[in-house]
Design a protein around this ligand. Structure first.
Ligand SMILES: *Cc1c(COP(=O)(O)O)cnc(C)c1O
Length: 472
């Protein structure tokens, strides 16, 4: 293809995509609305995109960038002088390193060979379950309060066993935006060797909200028991994907996460991360955005998010929606007793807004809800958003609530019976019924209702089938 054809083909393909920059998405993107920020990130990315982070002795500036970023952002989490940090390619990778560190710490401390357990609230990010799956450790899930959507410290304390090597708490969690009682838990943990990880992947905004005067409880290294903290540059650090940081209270603990190998014929391998070869572009972009914004810029953006969040929450309440728990950062969720929120998401999609349906689970006691990630740009779009939301709400109020449609559908198609007798055929029937055979999901609201209705183990199987299907 000619250069022109290559680029025009990309343009053509991306026409079906949402626009991440116009402020109409309440998830996936953290748009500031500042065109200069984007330009600086793009220039920095371009300058470093061909450089490899594999061997920093080849490009020494890469070490400087990473050190400055770790110290620069670490300051706001009170990273101790003898602490350390690593730049990773995302929250999941930071979490993998935290779990790896905890596992090695657990094994070496007492020469234990038993399988380590992680105690974590059910609101913790799935990345911890993925890390446990990959690293051969177990998870023990603790229920959260259904009014506050935070975990009871006593419930954590009473789940600890001989095998507990790690406790995970979120500041805040993704589904509800509530902050777990970190200080309270750390005070209850008797074994001071237990690794406490604070997942602040979506909480880079918290220190700056605090500086702006918001009441946000401490969620950092000032709490004695906190061992590691993850925070994502590619969320409220406002840099492009991929960028995240993992901080360790002590340099020695970070050493558990380093991988070295010199028993082969090639170069001596030293990795600080899961990935080995990777572009330095995203490190340079994260560093550039951090230096461009500085404390003043992060505070200004935190203030914008705070104002937009509160205005949207007020508007939602006026329309009769319920905000779950007490969200203290940039994300929250809402639910309804008389509006089918899955249909609401579809109606908003028709109006070119993206709000994220959280199917929840009848089996686990989670209501259908909508997740909202507030970005600084939303401050200027609050009125337009609420106007469309009011209109959509008016149109669909009174439609059957979940999982009425899913039940009717399952009955009509005999899905329940089929699922227990012949799961594969059940999945084929399901794929056809939701329009997958035509290449896309026809009725996403119905799919969300089905996810809500069916047992999570079955949903997980269907999702694998779904992914195989769409990529085939
Ligand atoms: C986004 C997020 C993660 C995982 O981050 P990725 O960057 O998607 O890998 C982990 N924890 C929380 C609370 C998050 O919001």
């Amino acid at each position: 293809m000619t250069p022109t054809d290559v680029l025009s083909r990309l343009k053509e393909l991306s026409e079906a995509d949402m626009n991440p920059h116009n402020g109409r998405m309440f998830g996936h993107i953290y748009e500031t609305g500042d065109p200069q920020l984007r330009t600086i990130a793009e220039e920095a990315y371009k300058m470093y995109m061909w450089k490899n982070m594999l061997d920093p002795t080849v490009y020494p500036s890469i070490i400087t960038l990473e050190k400055e970023l770790v110290r620069g952002i670490g300051r706001y989490f009170n990273l101790p002088e003898n602490g350390a940090g690593t730049f990773t390619y995302g929250g999941t990778e930071s979490i993998l390193l935290a779990v790896l560190g905890a596992r090695e710490h657990y094994r070496r401390k007492k020469g234990r060979t038993s399988t380590m357990e992680i105690v974590l609230p059910e609101t913790a990010h799935p990345a911890f379950h993925k890390a446990a799956h990959l690293l051969g450790v177990k998870t023990r899930v603790v229920k959260v309060d259904r009014e506050e959507y935070t975990v009871n410290p006593e419930a954590i304390a009473s789940s600890l066993t001989e095998e507990t090597g790690m406790i995970v708490l979120s500041a805040p969690n993704y589904p509800f935006g509530t902050i777990d009682p970190i200080r309270e838990v750390s005070e209850l943990v008797e074994n001071k060797d237990t690794w406490i990880h604070v997942d602040s992947c979506i909480g880079t905004i918290l220190p700056f909200l605090r500086l702006e005067g918001a009441e946000v409880p401490p969620a950092d290294f000032t709490i004695e028991g906190v061992t590691s903290i993850s925070t994502d540059m590619h969320k409220y650090g406002y840099s492009p994907k991929n960028g995240s940081l993992i901080f360790f209270r002590d340099r020695k603990l970070r050493e558990h996460t380093l991988f070295t190998y010199s028993r082969w014929a090639g170069y001596p391998l030293v990795n600080t991360t899961i990935l080995s070869s990777r572009s330095a572009g995203s490190l340079a972009a994260s560093w550039a955005v951090y230096r461009y914004l500085g404390e003043e810029g992060y505070r200004l953006n935190a203030r914008k998010v705070w104002r937009a969040r509160d205005s949207i929450i007020n508007g939602l309440r006026k329309l009769g929606y319920t905000v779950q728990g007490n969200p203290l950062g940039g994300v929250f969720s809402f639910t309804s007793s008389d509006v089918n929120v899955f249909i609401l998401a579809e109606e908003m999609r028709k109006r070119k807004w993206y709000i994220q349906a959280q199917p929840g689970s009848q089996h686990l006691g989670y209501m259908p809800s909508i997740h909202m990630t507030i970005a600084p740009i939303h401050e200027s779009l609050v009125d337009e958003f609420l106007k469309d939301l009011a209109e959509a709400t008016g149109e669909i109020r009174g439609k059957p609530l979940p999982p009425a449609r899913a039940l009717e559908f399952a009955e009509k198609t005999g899905l329940f019976e089929l699922a227990s007798k012949d799961p594969t055929r059940a999945m084929d029937a399901l794929a056809e019924a939701i329009g997958l055979d035509k290449g896309a999901i026809g009725d996403e609201a119905l799919v969300n209702e089905l996810i809500h209705l069916f047992p999570p183990e079955m949903v997980e199987e269907v999702l694998k089938y779904f992914i195989s299907y769409v990529y085939s």
